[in-house]
Design a protein around this ligand. Structure first.
Ligand code: AMP
Length: 285
């Protein structure tokens, strides 16, 4: 595995593969890797001849007061994980490489970026869209892989690629969970032992909403209301818990009539957790 830190080294490294007609898969990450990230690498490796994985803690996607300065950066361990997973090139740029002085461009995806996490993290999706556009233009992959863990992000990126005619296929990868159901996340390492015991409750409550709505599609407000109460009682501070269309995130307030998703963001102590589950479309609709 080659580790490259500049855009020109990245381009030089990929030019030969492209000339040889080898397909390239891209896996963007912020590091502090876990099995969820590795599922993206495996998906890339299974479909593409070459895999490029990136580690960049993107300052533009952190709102003021968030955990940019404390975000874990175990670079050597991350590179070992990429190496043993068969990544061909790890791109680990500096902030100056990505945002040289007088960088002023912002990629903004209207609509989809606005609710859910977008409503609570000022500028977050502008930062995500801008950095992902840059990574796509720098790497020019055939396919790029993103986790359903960040479901809104996945849809924002799909829309952005479509709107800007960026010639890349965006693949979503299902959420990888701990044995107790907690969605894997780099931020789980912030949890105290007691919070870690509470955390899987989030997945259990969201699963119950999804199952409940599959049986009784017209109980959205009751199910989501009960879920919020239950999470608050368990010690979570609920930022949002909503049912949305799986295709375009339109709010589903009363009745589930199309494939949907229950999505939530919560705080447990100082840790922000997000998770979501699919809700199958009721039969016959
Ligand atoms: P991050 O390093 O948190 O920015 O995540 C990098 C990529 O890994 C994003 O596309 C995430 O959606 C994805 N990802 C993070 N956690 C998981 C997980 N538990 N399962 C699947 N994908 C994940």
């Amino acid at each position: 595995m080659r580790v490259v830190r500049t855009i020109s080294d990245l381009r030089d490294g990929l030019a030969g593969w492209r000339r040889a007609g080898e397909s390239i898969g891209l896996v963007p990450t912020m590091g502090a890797l876990h099995a969820g990230h590795m599922a993206l690498v495996e998906a890339a490796r299974s479909r593409c001849r070459r895999t490029v994985a990136t580690i960049f803690v993107n300052p533009k996607q952190f709102a003021p007061g968030e955990d940019l300065s404390t975000y874990p950066r175990p670079e050597a361990a991350d590179l070992d994980m990429f190496r043993s997973a068969g990544v061909d090139v790890a791109f680990v740029p500096t902030v100056d490489q990505m945002y040289p002085p007088q960088f002023t461009t912002v990629v903004q995806v209207g609509g989809l970026s606005e609710g859910l996490c977008g409503a609570h993290r000022a500028g977050h999706f502008d930062g995500v869209a801008t950095v992902v556009t840059k990574l796509l233009m720098q790497t020019l992959p055939d396919t790029a892989y993103f986790g359903e863990k960040d479901y809104q992000q996945l849809l924002v990126i799909r829309r952005m690629v479509r709107d800007l005619d960026i010639p890349v296929v965006i693949k979503g990868v299902p959420i990888v969970r701990e044995p107790d159901g907690l969605a894997m996340s780099s931020r789980n390492r912030y949890l105290s032992a007691e919070e870690r015991r509470t955390a899987p409750h989030l997945a259990r409550v969201l699963t119950a909403v999804a199952v409940g709505l599959e049986h009784a599609p017209d109980t959205v407000s009751r199910e989501t209301g009960n879920a919020r109460t239950e999470l608050t009682r368990a010690g979570f501070n609920v930022e949002y818990l909503e049912v949305r269309s799986a295709e375009n995130l339109t709010p589903v307030c009363d009745v589930v009539t199309e494939p949907s998703r229950v999505l939530a963001a919560v705080h447990l102590g100082r840790t922000r957790l997000i998770d979501n589950f699919p809700i199958a479309s009721p039969a016959g609709t």
